[in-house]
Design a protein around this ligand. Structure first.
Ligand code: KG4
Length: 338
């Protein structure tokens, strides 16, 4: 008997629905919300309203593209947190309502758990997936974590950021350079044409496997402030070199702790996930590192790096296999680890 799971993601500013059958992706629909662009960041109330408008057509399209009827679903998975509470309520309430109507169980998914398990989304039966245990570097707009994954429902956070996330470092530095939100992809594009050795920014000295990015942010700000005093066009003239040097520093910080974690755990497989894992420099650095050390690298397709319901559906699928269901009195949560 095959297992068909509908996944629903509504934690931030993307409304997404996906269908997975026996671990193979049948459809993945994402409606991004353009409404936030003019505010330079996500506006929670506008996000909730957009989710409410999008959720029915997005789920409907996902079912149609998968070529199934809603009565074919075995269960429904939804992101319960972390994220924006109002946005999470839309997906959670929709999942509960549909499950009651269809008389199928629901599985609540931790968004970060979903990012880690995105490596198990297969588009073909034969697609390779990581072997346990593996190490996952999870880098997004809100989190930077090193996670030891022992099994699909057994993970341990070995290190996490003590202040800003890697994505915040990209976005905040990009903002002071006058780049649009989110700045990460713009830095990535500019960095390709810049000299990464031109500027030196502060790197943290934090014991263990925890990350810190706020010192880098401050040193970036000071470099800009000091130079703009001398030359008001400094940023304009040095955009690419600033972007390349910033990106290089962020990658060095990420790779330093990743290397420590690999040595500490002795794992032979490394995966990356989260929005920042779309960064070309991060992807190349992890691939090169794994090649040199003869480790297996799992670099997700860019589509699965940012928020998507396919990862929610796959995480829900594994909960379904273990019969870990969600009660109807469970409510969304804004913050938590993996
Ligand atoms: O995982 P995600 O979509 O949202 C969270 O759940 O946090 O990650 C968004 C983050 C933003 O900070 C964005 O700037 C960053 O991912 N990002 C990138 C790139 N694409 C997205 N950062 C650097 N280079 C990229 N190509």
């Amino acid at each position: 008997m095959s297992i068909t799971v509908l996944g629903i993601e509504s934690s931030c500013d993307d409304t997404s629905a996906a269908v997975i059958r026996d671990g193979v992706l049948l459809s993945n629909v994402i409606a991004s919300q353009d409404v936030h662009a003019e505010y330079g960041g996500v506006v929670p109330e506008l996000a909730s309203r957009a989710h409410q408008q999008n959720i029915v057509p997005v789920v409907d399209t996902a079912l149609r593209r998968a070529g199934i009827d809603k009565h074919d679903l075995s269960a429904i998975a939804f992101t319960r947190g972390p994220g924006l509470l109002g946005s999470l309520h839309v997906g959670t309430s929709f999942a509960k309502g549909l499950s009651l109507g269809l008389r199928v169980p629901i599985m609540d998914v931790n968004h970060l758990h979903g990012h880690v398990l995105s490596h198990f989304i297969r588009r073909e039966e034969s697609d390779p997936v990581p072997e346990y245990p593996f190490l996952c570097l999870l880098v997004s707009g809100g989190n930077s974590q090193l996670i030891l994954v022992r099994n699909y429902n057994d993970m341990e956070i070995l290190g996490r950021t003590i202040d800003d996330a890697a994505g915040e470092a990209f976005d905040k530095c990009a903002k002071v350079m006058g780049l649009p939100y989110p700045g990460g992809p713009h830095i990535d594009r500019l960095a390709a044409e810049g000299d990464a050795a031109r500027f030196k920014f502060a790197k943290p000295h934090i014991a263990g496997l925890d990350y810190s990015f706020s010192g880098l942010k401050t040193s970036f700000l000071y470099t800009l402030r000091d130079n703009v005093r001398l030359d008001p066009d400094f940023v304009e003239k040095n955009r690419a070199d600033l972007a390349a040097s910033l990106q290089r520093t962020i990658i060095d910080i990420l790779m330093d702790k990743l290397d420590k974690a690999v040595k500490q755990t002795g794992v032979r497989t490394v995966a990356i996930g989260g929005g920042v894992s779309a960064n070309s420099g991060v992807r190349d650095a992890v691939s090169d590192y794994c090649r040199r050390r003869e480790l297996k690298a799992f670099i997700p397709p860019r589509l699965f790096t940012t928020d998507n319901a396919a990862m929610v559906a796959i995480a829900g699928y594994y909960k379904y296999i273990d019969r870990i269901f969600c009660r109807y009195d469970q409510v969304p949560y804004a913050r938590v680890g993996v």
